[in-house]
Design a protein. Structure first.
Length: 567
């Protein structure tokens, strides 16, 4: 007989996510790969003296979860203990934010910067009571007059600072915002402390850049959180020169070097795929081409543990900040055809097209951040044009976010074998406030999972952490229920999908995005042993109960990285 198995699981629901979505009751792991799947009698002969046998007791064994859009270093920097937690429900008012800052002042040495992340006006009581009431530097000055405070919104597309920070950064009534950004001013023309989009670079450029130790600790913190959640793979959607000014450089090229070091030291407890970020949100096609050419990829790491898959391009902003590229204007006006960097619609179309064609011709997978329907149509048409001009087998380009996919864009994506990466927990978070920006019909349609799958588009799911917490269980529940976080209101029930479809977006289809569906993403003999053990029977659970089902065990490459069964 050959080598005994390292792990054997019996007595539960083994959800294989194979082509038939078959369900077994037992599984064995040998040497980092799945060695047998079936019933108890198929795997118990593989158990030897050193085999750990896990009686599932009706629990559910899944392929390891693949969060296909997660900013790992940024998430670690945005969460305690490295940053104040200002998301809902940690805070529910401007007064709560001020209280959290007050406590941080007591712990922060003189001259130190206080940072926080996650505030959202849709969950702050004062802003809900009066929509014209926005966060202001004065809210923070009362509790931190001498220490600079920098608080990032949940979306990462707005920053709120106090007067001391404005002073140190050098922002006043005469400051001109960079292209694509805005320094919000009051009726007297003075900065309020809010900076949108590209104007946030004014803050980032003034803050000391992250050091190697801080980046390392941030990623370690993220890896620990993901292990507890059953996440075994994720995509870092943009690391490179274009990220140097985002969250103190958390998306910068230095972060990729830290990932390489963690892998070499045996500390990388999840598989990481990377999109390179040559330029930021408001670059020209010429700048993008030069930056992409200058990037040097290192091939000295195990591509199954750390791999560069392609490049990221920005086509627009994001809905809550009224910067998505839409065919029709927002409710009350806002961006309809002019969205980024002050370019006209025709100029923007030409610029996006040129960047996509250049990256495609250079052999890269291309992921494009685009949220508005006008922008999505532009991007998908550019994908198709690039593929026609330079035919490449299996490029696997994809739209990032794609919350307003049109019938036209879905047809194009499906015809060419391209994909879309959606964010169900973002839908869950913003559903109660979307109508104020885009109207009820578009709000209900946003993140059209059902329509995209029916059109034959490959759909993957990601948290966009730190925009939302990377809990795939809530993502699955949201895809099935379409209920909002705050009010539990149903938004677009016709876009609901089933449990099997939702699980595929976090497993085998996410592996497809990584060019890895041949060796991960399902529980089949010969594939890597990336596993997530969920307490209870997922297949029969009420979708409302899924977010509370505990993750009992997480295995990466046959190695246990989270073990609640023995804790």
């Amino acid at each position: 007989m050959g080598a005994y198995a390292d792990l054997v699981f019996v007595g539960g629901r083994v959800v294989t996510v194979d082509a038939e979505f078959s369900v077994a009751s037992a599984l064995a792991v040998t040497g980092g790969v799945v060695s047998a799947v079936g019933e108890r009698h198929d795997v118990t002969p593989l158990a030897g003296p050193g085999t750990r046998v896990v009686d599932l007791r009706g629990a559910t064994l899944l392929p390891g979860i693949n969060d296909s859009h997660l900013h790992g270093c940024a998430f670690g920097m945005a969460t305690p203990p490295l940053s104040l937690d200002l998301g809902h429900p940690a805070v529910s008012s401007l007064a709560d934010v001020a209280g959290a800052v007050r406590e941080a002042v007591r712990r922060t040495p003189a001259g130190g910067w206080i940072t926080g992340h996650g505030w959202d006006t849709g969950y702050l009581a004062e802003c809900l009571a009066d929509p014209s009431r926005l966060p202001s530097r004065h809210d923070l000055d009362a509790v931190s007059p001498d220490r600079p405070v920098v608080l990032y919104s949940f979306s990462g597309h707005a920053t709120w600072v106090n007067s001391k920070a404005l002073e140190l950064i050098g922002i006043d009534r005469h400051t001109v915002a960079p292209p694509g950004g805005a320094v919000v001013v009051d009726g007297a023309g003075e900065p309020t402390g809010l900076l949108h989009e590209g104007a946030q670079a004014l803050v980032q450029n003034a803050l000391p850049p992250l050091g190697r130790r801080e980046r390392t600790e941030a990623i370690r913190s993220t890896l620990a959180t993901l292990a507890r959640l059953g996440v075994t793979s994720y995509t870092e959607p943009g690391l490179g020169p274009g990220g140097a000014g985002i969250m103190r450089g958390a998306l910068g090229a230095e972060t990729l070097d830290v990932y390489r070091r963690l892998l070499a030291d045996g500390e990388l407890t999840a598989r990481v795929g990377v999109l390179l970020l040559p330029t930021g949100m408001a670059s020209t096609a010429e700048e993008f081409a030069r930056a992409l050419t200058a990037l040097v990829e290192s091939g000295d790491t195990d591509p199954r543990r750390l791999a560069i898959h392609g490049v990221k391009i920005f086509a627009d902003g994001i809905v809550p900040n009224r910067t998505a590229w839409m065919h029709e204007p927002y409710v009350g006006g806002g961006c309809g055809s002019l969205c980024v960097g002050g370019a006209t619609d025709a100029e923007r179309v030409a610029g996006i097209d040129a960047m996509i064609r250049h990256a495609h011709a250079a052999g890269h997978q291309v992921g494009v951040h685009v949220t508005g329907d006008r922008g999505i149509d532009t991007v998908t048409d550019s994908f198709a044009a690039a593929a026609a001009e330079h035919p490449r087998p299996d490029a696997r380009h994809y739209v990032i976010h794609g919350d307003f996919l049109t019938a036209h864009s879905m047809k194009v994506l499906a015809a060419h074998g391209f994909g879309v990466n959606m964010n169900p927990t973002v839908k869950w978070t913003v559903a109660d406030m979307e109508e104020a920006f885009v109207g009820p019909d578009r709000a209900a349609y946003a993140w059209p999972y059902r329509a995209a799958l029916d059109a034959g588009v490959r759909v993957t799911s990601g948290s966009d952490a730190p925009v939302t917490f990377p809990d795939w269980r809530q993502g699955v529940a949201t895809m099935m229920l379409r209920e909002s976080k705050a009010a539990g209101r149903v938004s677009g029930p016709e876009q609901r999908i089933g449990l099997a479809e939702a699980i595929r977006t976090y497993t085998i289809d996410a592996a497809w995005q990584d060019f890895a569906d041949g060796w991960k993403g399902s529980l089949e003999p010969g594939k890597v042993a990336d596993l997530c053990l969920l307490g209870g029977d997922l297949l029969s659970a009420d979708p409302h109960d899924i977010p509370g089902m505990p993750v009992l065990l997480t295995v990466v490459d046959g190695r246990i990285v989270h073990d609640a069964l023995r804790d």
